[in-house]
Design a protein around this ligand. Structure first.
Ligand code: FES
Length: 107
């Protein structure tokens, strides 16, 4: 797995609170623009194999649509059951209109 930052999309392609699923080296990542920042979080819920990018974004959290666990986009930690394990979050860099993500884990 590479730790280099790679371009995943253009900043202008991201709508507020609308997750965008991308893949980096085969790893699914949900890129989320919300509250003036861009976050990258592993796109699979830690409870079951569900794509988090299909869920809703609110208050800097992304919600799994299947059972309602909410993951903090800053830490990946769930704040509601049934999920108990965090999902990885990744560092993001913005360069001009480019959104860059590194698969090295931030926390
Ligand atoms: S699959 Fe995500 S909370 Fe159950």
């Amino acid at each position: 797995m590479s730790n280099a930052f790679v371009r995943v999309c253009g900043l202008s392609e991201l709508e507020d609170d609308t997750p965008k699923r991308v893949e980096i080296d085969g790893t699914p990542v949900s890129v989320v623009r919300t509250e003036g920042e861009v976050f990258a979080i592993y796109d699979i819920c830690s409870h079951a194999n569900v794509s988090l990018s299909e869920g809703e974004v609110d208050d800097c959290h992304i919600e799994c649509w299947l059972h309602g666990s909410r993951f903090d986009l800053r830490s990946g930690k769930p704040d509601a059951l049934p999920a108990t394990r965090p999902v990885p979050v990744y560092p993001v860099k913005i360069e001009g209109d480019d959104v860059l993500v590194s698969l090295s884990q931030e926390s």
